[in-house]
Design a protein around this ligand. Structure first.
Ligand code: GLA
Length: 403
């Protein structure tokens, strides 16, 4: 499927919404996800193997590791919890999740929140029952269980509805997709429970243009992340230019974290985490929490870096300039402060291609005092200073009083 013309379709989607719906969704989104949601999701590590026991262990460990106190509160069950619907249409869990209400109570007893997963088609991406025709019933069931977050994944809605009902009309297919996301958004709002609504449709048809008006608190901007640098960097590159769409209650989602997963080196884990914080992304860890190495815990709980992500202004970073394979991103922070990330995306040390910091290009005048958020040390930045970084490493700085 090709991406449709964003502007035309977004205009159509907005035109079809009554003004009151727009006003309500923006009012409630000020409460839900005022800063990017933080937590953990089962998919990146467990995929379809996740069980009730794994969710409880993740909740226990998020507390024991200090992650909860650093801000990670959502424990999100991804795909494969679903069983069959009964004669009344009520969806039951499968044998891996014997009692969802009891699980929600357990997670809540730890001062955490519980998230769940479904989609607008007949089936989820894993082939389990999804919500088509049962949106309100499912939303009410989530609220009764005490669910706090819903990831809603397009998947079989493409063949089930879009391709079936509008076989050769891409614009009509996109309108069907908008309507499906709006339907669940309204169903969630009608429960009066604050439930974060996370759209997962891989960035099709520029969701940043229309998702907030449908009640979306976040929307995936790309296809799935994978735990290796090339994929993470490819996703990063696709975020440049999207900064104007992020803000309190509505966030671009470059997908869940792979910190601690796959073949990522320590430096790559640090750079991935730093850049997702610069992007004001939801910070949903996806690693094996009970077996987390101390250096991974240290990355995920770095308070200074989390404070960048969670800054109340909610301004996502822009890529200001690139010099060869070195990229410089900045974001304004509350109180007039500024975050600066200098990333060596190349495979060589910068020493072989000397990089010199251009402060004027960042709107800064002369020497600046900055805090290095990975070492904690203070450094003086001067115009044109050379900076040397190993391949894939990052210098993440906070300038509290930029001049
Ligand atoms: C899609 C989503 C993933 C995950 C799987 C589950 O691929 O993008 O994040 O939820 O489905 O089946």
């Amino acid at each position: 499927m090709r991406f449709a013309t964003a502007l035309t379709l977004a205009a159509l989607a907005l035109a079809s919404l009554p003004i009151t719906a727009l006003a309500q969704s923006s009012a409630s989104s000020q409460v839900v996800a005022a800063t990017p949601p933080m937590g953990w999701n089962s998919w990146n590590y467990f995929a379809e193997r996740v069980t009730d026991k794994d969710i409880r262990a993740a909740a226990d460990q998020i507390v024991a590791s200090g992650m909860r106190d650093a801000g990670y509160v959502y424990i999100n069950i991804d795909d494969t919890w679903e069983g069959e619907r009964d004669a009344t249409g009520l969806l039951h869990t499968n044998s891996k999740f014997p009692d969802m209400k009891a699980l929600a109570d357990y997670v809540h007893s730890k001062g955490l929140k519980l998230g769940i997963y479904s989609g607008p088609g007949t089936k989820t991406c894993g082939g389990y029952a999804a919500s088509l025709g049962h949106e309100l019933q499912d939303a009410q069931m989530y609220a009764a269980w005490g669910i706090d977050y819903l990831k809603y994944d397009l998947c079989s809605f493409i063949p089930d509805v879009m391709q079936k009902q509008a076989p050769h009309d891409e614009a009509a297919q996109m309108r069907l997709m908008h309507a499906a996301y709006e339907k669940m958004g309204k169903a969630l709002q009608s429960t009066h429970r604050p439930i974060v609504y996370s759209l997962c449709q891989y960035g099709w048809d520029s969701p940043w243009e229309w998702a907030p008006a449908l009640g979306g608190n976040s929307w995936r901007t790309t296809g799935d992340i994978e735990p290796h640098w090339d994929r993470i960097y490819t996703i990063l590159e696709q975020q440049a230019g999207l900064e104007k769409y992020a803000g309190p209650g509505h966030w671009n989602d470059p997908d869940m974290l792979e910190v601690g997963n796959g073949k990522l080196s320590l430096v790559e884990n640090r750079s991935h985490f730093s850049m997702w914080a610069m992007l004001a992304s939801p910070l949903l860890a996806g690693n094996d929490l009970p077996n987390m190495k101390p250096e991974i815990t240290a990355i995920l709980t770095n308070r200074d870096v989390i404070a960048i992500d969670q800054d109340h202004l909610g301004k996502q970073a822009s890529r200001v300039y690139a010099d060869g394979e070195v990229e410089v991103w900045t974001r304004p922070l509350s109180g007039g402060a500024m975050a600066v990330a200098i990333l060596n995306a190349g495979s060589d040390r910068i020493a072989t291609h000397p990089f010199h910091l251009n402060l004027a290009a960042l709107g800064l005048h002369g020497s600046q005092q900055a805090k290095n958020l990975w070492t904690g040390s203070t450094m003086q930045l001067t115009e044109n200073m050379p900076i040397e970084l190993p391949s894939h490493d990052i210098l993440l700085l906070r300038i509290t009083a930029p001049k």
